[in-house]
Design a protein. Structure first.
Length: 235
C-alpha cells in the first residue's frame, strides 16, 4: 500500500469543505482565521519573540493553522497522488510521515474553523467585524472542546516526530538532494511544506519543548472558554 494513501483521505476531507463553493462562507472563514492568528500571536508573544523560536512560530501560523496558502498546496497534493510511486522515491519515508502529520493538522484546522465561520454567519451579519465576545459565545455554542484538545494532542505528537525524524543529518541531506527532482515533477509546494519544518527546527534545541509550551497555553484557553470565563483569551 502506498505510504501516501493517507493523503487521499485528507484531500477528500478538505475538498468536502463547504467554503469552496460559497464565497460568503469563504470570506467569513478567512475573517475567523485572521482573528485566530491574531489571538495566537498575542497569546504567545513572549514565546514567539524569542529569536530561536521565530521560524517555528511562522510555520505554525502560516502552515499548521490553515489559510489561503493551503488551497494551492491541496491542488498539488492531488497531482502528487497521481504520481505517488514517483513521490515516494523522491521524498524520504520519515519526511513523508512527518509531512502527513502536518497536512492532517492543517486540514483539521480548516474543518474546525469552517464550523466557527458557519456559526458566525448564523448569529451575526456577514460584514460585522469579529471581536473577542463574538468568538467566545460562538465557541461555547459550538462546543468544540474535545476537537480542539485533539488538535493540541496532535500538535504535541508532531513535535515529537520532528525531533525524532527530522534532526538527522542524513535525513536532512537526503531531503535537500531531492529538491531538483521535486521541481522536475512539479511537487515544489509539497517539498516546501515539509522543508519549512526542517528550516524552522534548525535554531531550536527541541521542537517538542517549543510545541508543549504552545499547547499548554492553548489548553488553558480552551478550558477558560468552556468554564464560561468572561475573558478567556487573556492568560
Amino acid at each position: 500500500m502506498s505510504k501516501l494513501a493517507a493523503l487521499d483521505e485528507l484531500l477528500e476531507q478538505y475538498n468536502a469543505l463547504a467554503y469552496h463553493q460559497d464565497p460568503i462562507l469563504n470570506q467569513r472563514l478567512h475573517d475567523a482565521q485572521n482573528w485566530l492568528k491574531e489571538r495566537i500571536l498575542n497569546t504567545h508573544q513572549e514565546l514567539f519573540n524569542q529569536p530561536e523560536n521565530q521560524l517555528m512560530a511562522k510555520y505554525f501560523i502560516n502552515r499548521l493553522y490553515g489559510g489561503p496558502d493551503f488551497d494551492d498546496l491541496a491542488k498539488q497534493i492531488e497531482r502528487l497522488l497521481k504520481y505517488a510511486h514517483k513521490a515516494e522515491k523522491i521524498l524520504p519515508e520519515n519526511a513523508i510521515r512527518t509531512g502527513l502529520k502536518s497536512v492532517g493538522l492543517a486540514v483539521l484546522a480548516m474543518q474546525l474553523d469552517e464550523q466557527v465561520a458557519k456559526q458566525l454567519l448564523k448569529d451575526y451579519p456577514a460584514e460585522q467585524k469579529i471581536d473577542d465576545e463574538m468568538m467566545r459565545l460562538t465557541l461555547i455554542k459550538l462546543d468544540q472542546e474535545k476537537e480542539r484538545l485533539q488538535q493540541l494532542d496532535l500538535l504535541d505528537e508532531l513535535g515529537l516526530a520532528l525531533d525524532k525524524y527530522m534532526r538527522s543529518f542524513i535525513m536532512h541531506t537526503a531531503f535537500k538532494m531531492c529538491k531538483g527532482t521535486a521541481a522536475k515533477y512539479h511537487f515544489e509546494l509539497m517539498y516546501d511544506f515539509i522543508g519549512e519544518g526542517f528550516v524552522a527546527m534548525k535554531p531550536l534545541k527541541s521542537a517538542a519543548i517549543f510545541i508543549k509550551s504552545f499547547t499548554a497555553q492553548e489548553r488553558k484557553i480552551v478550558e477558560n472558554v468552556h468554564l464560561g470565563k468572561q475573558d478567556p483569551f487573556k492568560i
